[in-house]
Design a protein around this ligand. Sequence first.
Ligand code: 3PY
Ligand code: MG
Length: 266
Amino acid sequence: MTAFSLAKRLRAGETVFSGWCMMGSPIVAETIAREGFAAVVLDAQHGLWDTGSLVAGIGAVHHAGSAPMVRVPLNDFGMVSRALDFGAEGVIAPMINTAADARQFAAAAKYPPLGERSFGPPRAMMLQGQYADITEYLAACNTGTITLAMIETPEALANVEAIAATPGIDALFIGPYDLATSLSAGKAQDINAPEVDKAIDTICAAALKADKIPGIYCRDAARALDMAKRGFRYLTIGSDFSAVRDSVAASMKTLNVARGNTKDPF
Ligand code: 3PY
Ligand code: MG
């Protein structure tokens, strides 16, 4: 497994599709990685990961040939550098609403001179390769790891250009469900609503204008392909929960049809 493979692919202009894991299970994350995703996100904001499972999950994804990523909990900038120390190649921070939030995120993720990340990455170096010259490693980390600032509120939308322009922020990542919820003041969660659709293009354009990577969470592969056509280059697809649920629901449907049971439990 090449070190910093995700950053290399994204910085070379590739469009990258990523798995998404919430169950807190390293073996599930590894199973998803082995299907061929370039990256797999371990979601520690809404998912069930604790510190121990995160450490094991990052190793499992890396050894399966995919780039491990972590979404950290809300405002948990300590976990940003911790996830990178565990060997994550990318960190997603939710609800980055202002340029000040973005600066705090970048400070935790990047070593000086770009940020203020504290040094202590023995596990990450084990996964990413030892560097004879430590300053070479510091520089390699700053370009080799990816910071994704989540845009998911009207406030973030108003500040999107300043967030995108923040040094040390590599990508904008849209959370369409929170964006739809907040743009409708909690009245709906319609990710296809015209104001959400317009915001999606605005955020993509802001990322491109600042020479940053536009990214978005997608519920399935069809939507990810649509979003890639609209310019997004980092796309996550569904989750381990939805994959298991959809697969079991499909089996139940087949069984119910075969038995003439029209009452679909789902
Ligand atoms: C959102 O859609 O709000 C997300 O955070 C996706 O996980
Ligand atoms: Mg969200």
